[in-house]
Design a protein around this ligand. Structure first.
Ligand code: G1P
Length: 308
């Protein structure tokens, strides 16, 4: 038997980092006691959507970068013995199942602390001891990405990262007036939804933005980003920016921008959270009809023309 000269594929990502140490001041007073990642979209907290997406992409180690005020996130992913016992005793099988699905068997949650709010790049660097030397994902739970009939955004990106053995950033077009809210990339021409990134800049003013292609909160990164983060100096807003370390990574390896299938809701804003809630309610198996009736009723009561 002769061995075929096929090179081994790049490793599949197994670890996902969730930076959740932000203060969530936009949603005060709700976020005075409830972390923004725990705000619900219908019946599940925002963080659960990102966690499910990471698990569906093949991740089995979830690394939450938190601060000392975010006990609720750790509590949520902890096993709730008393609650589960109670539901079991009462025969509430379906509810029990839903509670257990928060963190399926075989998936572990690890919590690391970001002692000071020094920026997204610094938050990712805090995960280094757990990630080690393998490619990993970063998911910003504020960005909820919904791909109704197909694989999640991270699973799509994991395929690209594996096939091309490269780092991958999720991107979407935004209006030029909004470039100041995003990392913006310059790329070569796109083919098969991928374009090689030639430049990246954090939150440029519309007048100087290299394009209108914005990075949304999904990244697959080579572990060498950590060494670059260690030497990244504070940038935009005086914070250590992940974008700046990625700009340095461009000099070392191929980083692709990937135009994902799906709809992104910016749940870091009021309207994004509301939009996601409406969309998930309208698509909810048990709530869809009621949600539609409630919305139609509300529009009629307020005298708003819904365009029908
Ligand atoms: C972060 C990143 C930015 C990226 C954005 C996506 O900004 O720094 O490059 O485009 O997430 O949501 P933030 O929204 O946390 O200020």
């Amino acid at each position: 038997m002769t061995a075929s000269p096929v090179s081994s594929p790049a490793p599949r990502i197994r670890k996902a980092v969730f930076p959740v140490a932000g203060l969530g001041t936009r949603f005060l007073p709700a976020t005075k006691t409830v972390p923004k990642e725990m705000l619900p979209i219908v019946d599940r907290p925002l963080i659960q959507y990102a966690v499910d997406e990471a698990i569906a992409a093949g991740c089995d180690t979830l690394i939450f970068v938190t601060n000392r005020y975010k006990h609720a996130v750790a509590d949520y992913f902890d096993k709730a013995y008393e609650l589960e016992h109670r539901l079991e005793k009462d025969g509430k099988v379906e509810l029990l199942q839903r509670v257990r699905e928060v963190l399926p068997d075989g998936v572990r949650a690890v919590f690391v602390t970001q002692p000071e709010a020094r920026g997204l790049g610094h938050a990712v660097l805090c995960a280094k001891p757990v990630v080690g030397d393998e490619p990993f994902a970063v998911l910003l739970p504020d960005d909820l990405i919904w791909n109704r009939n197909g694989p999640g955004a991270l699973a799509q990106m994991a395929d690209v990262a594996q096939q091309r053995a490269c780092s991958v950033l999720a991107v979407q077009q935004v209006p030029r007036a909004q470039t100041g809210s995003y990392g913006i990339v310059a790329t070569d021409a796109f083919a098969e939804r991928c374009g090689r990134i030639t430049g990246i800049v954090e939150k440029p003013d519309p007048g100087v933005a290299p394009s209108t292609l914005a990075v949304v909160g999904r990244y697959i990164l080579d572990a060498c980003i950590f060494a670059l983060l260690e030497t990244t100096r504070p940038g935009k807003g005086g914070e250590i920016q992940l974008t700046d370390a990625i700009a340095a990574l461009l000099g070392e390896q191929v980083v692709n921008a990937y135009h994902f299938h799906g709809t992104r809701f910016d749940c870091g804003t009021h309207i994004g959270l509301i939009e996601a809630t409406i969309r998930f309610a309208l698509d909810h198996e048990a709530l869809s009809d009621q949600a539609r009736a409630a919305m139609t009723g509300a529009l009629a009561e307020l005298g708003i023309d819904d365009g029908d």
